[in-house]
Design a protein around this ligand. Structure first.
Ligand code: NI
Length: 160
């Protein structure tokens, strides 16, 4: 595995709409492993492919260091309610802000071994998945957040 360079806000790759993955192979699985290693090394809870310079619809999420989700071509198929919570982003170091997200979602994606998966998520996991999927459409949380500050206001949560 290898640590990858994290692209920072201002890099044009973060503003692009990512292309769907067409082939799931060893190379993609290596990218997923490298993304996960980079995320853990940066104390992140999620990372999307454009954050490491790859404009493809792939993200890795792990909010409790127990359950890692490698998501290929993820799509949110159901949303319910709304919640406002603090977010940060590995591509926007030291910035935090409040973002309104759906309280509960259902996401469909392809696993690293080419299996169709469905996951229902709420709380931090649901928030993180919505944040990562925004990355795949070229949107950063600072584009939609309110009350952006330098430094974290709350102790929980993580950088996505
Ligand atoms: Ni992010």
């Amino acid at each position: 595995m290898a640590l990858l360079e994290i692209k920072k806000a201002g890099d044009p790759v973060l503003k692009k709409i990512c292309a769907p993955v067409e082939k799931i192979d060893k190379r993609l699985r290596k990218l997923l492993d490298d993304m996960a290693e980079t995320m853990y090394a940066s104390e992140g809870v999620g990372i999307a492919a454009p954050q490491v310079g790859k404009s493809i619809r792939v993200c890795v999420v792990d909010v409790d260091k127990k359950n890692r989700y490698d998501m290929i071509n993820p799509v949110i198929t159901y949303r319910e309610g709304s919640q406002v919570g603090e977010e940060g982003c590995l591509s926007c170091p030291d910035l935090f802000g409040d973002v309104e997200r759906a309280a509960k979602i259902r996401v469909e994606y392809i696993s690293r071994f080419n299996k169709k998966k469905t996951l229902e998520a709420e709380g931090l996991l649901g928030r993180c998945i919505q944040h990562e999927l925004d990355h795949l459409d070229g949107q950063l949380f600072i584009d939609v957040a309110k009350n952006i500050t330098k430094g974290r206001k709350e102790k929980n949560g993580g950088q996505e």
